[in-house]
Design a protein around this ligand. Sequence first.
Ligand code: NAI
Ligand code: MG
Length: 352
Amino acid sequence: MTNHRIALIPGDGIGAEVLPAARRVLDVVAGRHGIGLTYTSYDDWSCERYLREGAMMPADGLDRLRDKDAILLGAVGHPGVPDHVSLWGLLIPIRRGFRQYVNLRPVRVFDGVDSPVRGARPGEVDFVVVRENVEGEYSEVGGRFHKGLPDETAVQEAVFTRPGVTRVLDYAFGLAARRGGRLTSATKSNGIVHTMPFWDELVAERAAAFPGVAWDSEHIDALAAKFVLEPGRFDVVVASNLFGDILSDLAAAVAGSIGIAPAANLDPEREFPSMFEPVHGSAPDIAGRGIANPLGAIGAAAMMLDHLGHPAAAKNVMDAIVSVLAGTDVRTPDLGGTATTAEFTDRLLALL
Ligand code: NAI
Ligand code: MG
């Protein structure tokens, strides 16, 4: 039996509510498919720890994760801690330290979920956002000058490297070749005159290596509108770190709820563990009430199984998600129901 070492980082707020639900699903499906999963849980890597000790995780945090095969994360963020502290204290060091340069965010309108968007019909909307995950607009280069003076100034540099952009484009084109054969690149080369024309040039360059993929380029503003007006036209959308972040939340909302969207932070070279997480955050507004939708976390667990080499087990989980939404009316409140996280997970497990 293959055995995989899994790190669990529940984090803050509803992260700690949805991760146990994902774990219950994993336990059942792993048993069925003969997959060994050994868990190490890092329950106090969170904002609570930051408030107590001044750090989101121990100084040797990455070393503790290094020998794992995958990381399953809930969410981080707490109203008492600035968001850039929680993000840069845990999530971003893991993404960068483990070279997880692809952030993969599948978007699908499921049967039985009402999209707020009229044109988003089940079966028609099924695409993937590939977000560059380790450079771009999210950089530490820059600074604050003349602090506290009337001419106080902030400068933030975006960093786009040829190897960094090339590898994420190659991943996205490769994914499009395996899927529907269509790729859309998010740009803004009319307004951002250095990095975005460079991005566009590299898209054209890499496209030549994937002659089977039809591709186009859209400015991010127009693309945002098309996500709402014609979400069915997309297959693979590739975007820089910031653009991909915004687009994928928009796409999750188009799919019906941010609570159902999963994400994978991948090191495609598999030198380091990849990390799987729901797209949503810690949702302090509903935390502690046991009503969070666990589907984002459960979908992330399915992506983890797929990455670990168990596509049949992953499909088993995805089929259960499809069945519970299409075949029952049990829903958490974000999808208009009254079920708790545990009740919803029970129904899903019964269908697994
Ligand atoms: P959020 O995703 O936590 O919440 C946005 C809205 O969606 C809220 O109304 C929330 O109740 C709802 N929602 C989110 N997930 C849900 C679920 N599973 N079931 C039902 N409803 C759900 O984003 P927000 O409010 O901007 O951020 C809250 C905190 O989370 C902040 O501290 C932020 O920095 C952090 N955050 C962390 C992320 C991560 O760990 N990857 C990602 C996004 C935000
Ligand atoms: Mg986001």
